[in-house]
Design a protein around this ligand. Structure first.
Ligand code: HSE
Length: 293
């Protein structure tokens, strides 16, 4: 048997739509695999009743098929589905690492990124690697057609998750198909600023670089309370706030020592909008970890 803890992730970070991602220290999924003649899946934990156990409809089933590694796979969900915190990516990345170890396949983490992204395609209709890359490699990741660039950044974060659901498919439908050149210029400047901020572990540069004039405003409309929660977080000491992945979670970048205030302000602002929420006071963390058993 092999056991893997695979972290939640936050994709996009505003200016890096479909490109940037980071691993969160918490929450995480735990995946256990045992060799079997055919793949079977059981799911427990947060939101497990919404996740199909049929291997043909589960991201993890797609990973087992791609690796030709049939197994009984137990998924204990810590990352809620449809949260914007890379729930399916955590399971897909965890299963990829666990099955690779179970069958001694010897794939690199970079090779497993494309395998796990195939699992993601089942959920969103397209193979995005911006969640599975940080779930596998940890830190901050930049995914392009040329491959993945990874930086071991250390930045304090709050991920605030409202008790509402936004599907990735719906959140992609609202994105404008084109953007004016000045918005492109602004986005490139912000994305570059954010990447340099990650390299320097500078929460001010990272927060400043999260602004995005194109995708985030369209998606914010799907999240009740977004503008008030963002304002409350910034007033409480966050350096930047944006939609986490496809939402509805919001990600706040914090200076050291400000997470508790930011988390409290975000929960209170969501409550004022009539929405219950919970906040993870966390930081950029490691990728999936394999435990010896
Ligand atoms: N970049 C993707 C999106 C993340 O925002 O739609 C979900 O795979």
């Amino acid at each position: 048997m092999k056991t893997v803890r695979a972290p939640a992730t936050s994709a996009n970070l505003g200016s890096g739509f479909d490109v940037f991602g980071l691993a969160l220290e918490t929450p995480a999924d735990v995946i256990r695999v045992e060799r079997a003649a055919e793949t079977s899946i059981t799911v427990t934990g947060v939101g497990s009743s919404y996740i199909p156990e049929d291997p043909a409809g589960n991201t993890v089933g797609a990973v087992a098929k791609a690796l030709e590694a049939p197994a009984h796979i137990r998924i204990d969900k810590g990352v809620r589905p449809s949260s914007g915190l890379g729930s399916s990516a955590a399971s897909a990345a965890g299963a990829a690492v666990a099955l690779d170890a179970l069958y001694d396949l010897g794939h690199t983490r970079e090779e497993l990124v494309s395998v796990a992204a195939e699992g993601e395609a089942l959920v969103s209709g397209e193979a995005h690697a911006d969640n599975v890359a940080p779930a596998l490699l940890g830190g901050f990741t930049i995914v392009t057609d040329a491959g993945v660039t990874q930086i071991d950044a250390s930045i304090s974060l709050v991920a605030c998750l409202p008790e509402t659901v936004v599907s990735t498919r719906d959140a992609r439908d609202v994105i404008p198909e084109t953007a004016p050149l000045e918005q492109l210029t602004e986005t490139v400047g912000n994305a570059a600023t954010l990447a340099v901020g990650m390299e320097r572990d500078d929460p001010d540069l990272v927060g400043q670089g999260m602004d995005d004039p194109v995708v985030t405003p369209a998606r914010a409309a799907l999240i009740d309370g977004y503008h008030d929660v963002r304002t409350a977080a910034l007033e409480a000491g966050a350096t930047g706030v944006t939609v986490s992945g496809a939402g509805p979670a919001l990600l706040a970048v914090c200076r050291s020592g400000r997470r508790r205030d930011v988390a409290g302000a975000m929960i209170e602002a969501f409550a004022d909008a009539g929405v219950e929420s919970r906040a993870y006071q966390t930081r950029i963390g490691d990728g999936a970890v394999l435990y010896d058993e």
